[in-house]
Design a protein around this ligand. Structure first.
Ligand code: GDP
Ligand code: IMO
Ligand code: MG
Length: 420
């Protein structure tokens, strides 16, 4: 068997949590491969809503094993909070979750460095979620990090103290006031909680499951336009959010990657700083935010909104080798008279179909207009009932990208999902 991958093609918040929860019904294994508590994946079912940050979105499915891969960074405090919340809803978390020993730990001091670094950048800040993601991945690649497996070692506290001291030295460059001990006691308690889980060699576990013919669904966090290499650098996150991240973040060979599904919203959103060519700073943008309830699932910040950008979407499809698309939140535009889609960029007066290297370059989107469908999509369950104008929009995206849209989501609930 192979690892099927579901990942976001825009700037995150495409609806990955919802779709992974829906698809997890057919997968005995779901695995997160990168990111950490910067992610907020929302799930709605049976009139309940959950937001997951570290835990894979298959956790509510009985019989599905959820693996937190080596590519993920874990804040034990946030992980414990998530577990306790879903446990009170009857989910046996210790049975359903296993954690790679090679996943890195977010220390309280990583969060302080994140905040100090952002504060020092002033107006050019990244707009980080301040969860310590960047500093933790810096320590990983800088070969200073602490991993989940390390918590079992006798000298763990010593190593924790040593990394904390390094962070105190590093923080001297910033003019930033902090309390290094804030959260420390709670963090150490949460480390004890973490010890109650199955801490595993994730790469052996996953390859073993594949050898036993078990289907694995890899769940991405963030989106391709936030990828550390291919996103709008430096306004990106610090991990590989693209398909290659599933290999490095789980320990599977590229030859073991199966179907790659790319998720996108029928429009665009972005939270945090950085370029956003199709951004709408007008009434339509406000309507997208209001009707789509576009506020960060992790930070509560209002999300920036704009029209669908096909140049960026095609770029993300290319980088990831996307074979099928999943379109989310079309229902948000149910009342719109007109819908626009960017089909190209004007760069220095010439039309281009490529994302420019210099993401600060002034690009002006070239738009194609569509007539709105002006119908409520949220109760539709069959493709044949979808309005003609809506299907015109869908077919145009399929034609431009050359990739079929296999799932259309028409609301946040599990049941508001149309398979084609
Ligand atoms: P993720 O980070 O990719 O999992 O996405 P988020 O959970 O951060 O944001 C997606 C938001 O849209 C959540 O509030 C979902 O409940 C909601 N959502 C998902 N699919 C749909 C849909 O098709 N229509 C509407 N109206 N909301 C949706
Ligand atoms: P999910 O998985 C949307 C954004 C932040 C910021 C940049 C860097 O829910 O789609 P970081 O905290 O990683 O250093 O922030 O990336 N960002 C996200 N935006 N959805 C996310 O996750 C995000 N995770 C990080 O807003 O611009
Ligand atoms: Mg989110």
């Amino acid at each position: 068997m192979k690892v099927d991958v579901v990942l976001g093609l825009q700037w995150g918040d495409e609806g990955k949590g919802k779709i992974v929860d829906v698809l997890a019904k057919g997968y005995p294994v779901v695995a997160r491969f990168q990111g950490g508590p910067n992610a907020g994946h929302s799930l709605h079912f049976e009139d309940k809503k959950f937001v997951l940050h570290t835990i894979p979105s298959g956790v509510f499915r009985k019989g599905t094993l959820n693996i937190i891969g080596n590519g993920v960074v874990i804040d034990p405090i946030i992980f414990r909070e998530e577990c306790l919340q879903i446990e009170t809803n009857g989910v046996p978390v210790r049975e359903r979750i296993q954690i790679s020993k090679k996943a890195h730990l977010i220390l309280p001091s990583h969060r302080i460095i994140d905040a100090a670094s952002e504060a020092s950048k002033g107006a050019s800040k990244i707009g980080s979620t301040l969860k310590g993601i960047g500093p933790t991945y810096m320590d990983k690649t800088g070969r200073n990090g602490l991993r989940v497996g390390d918590i079992l070692a006798d000298n763990f506290l010593e190593r924790f103290g040593s990394l904390k001291s390094k962070h105190i030295s590093f923080l001297k460059q910033f003019d930033y006031t902090y309390d290094i001990n804030e959260r420390e006691a709670e963090w150490l308690e949460a480390i004890e909680y973490l010890k109650g889980f199955n801490l595993v060699d994730g790469e052996y576990l996953i390859n073993g499951l594949l050898a036993e013919n078990k289907r694995v669904l890899a769940e991405g966090a963030q989106g391709s336009l936030l990828d550390v290499d291919f996103g709008s650098y430096p306004f990106v996150t610090s991990s590989t959010t693209t398909c290659a991240g599933a290999c490095t973040g789980l320990g599977v060979s590229p030859s073991k990657i199966g179907v790659v599904s790319g998720i996108f919203k029928a429009y665009c959103t972005r939270v945090g700083s950085g370029p956003f060519p199709t951004e709408l700073n007008d009434h339509t943008g406000e309507e997208l935010r209001r009707l789509g309830f576009e506020f960060g699932a992790t930070t509560g910040r209002p999300r920036r909104t704009g029209w669908l950008d096909l140049v960026a979407l095609k770029y993300a499809i290319m980088i990831n080798g996307v074979e099928q698309l999943i379109m989310m939140k079309s229902d948000v535009m149910d009342t719109f008279d007109t819908i626009k889609v960017a089909t190209g960029y004007l760069v220095d007066g010439a039309e281009s179909n490529e994302v420019p290297f210099d993401t600060f370059a002034e690009v002006e989107p070239v738009y194609k207009e569509f007539k709105g469908w002006k119908r409520d999509l949220t109760k539709i369950t069959e493709e044949s009932d979808l309005p003609f104008e809506f299907m015109t929009y869908v077919r145009f995206i399929e034609k431009e990208t050359g990739v079929p849209i296999k799932i259309i989501s028409v609301g946040p609930d599990r049941d508001q999902t149309i398979f084609r």
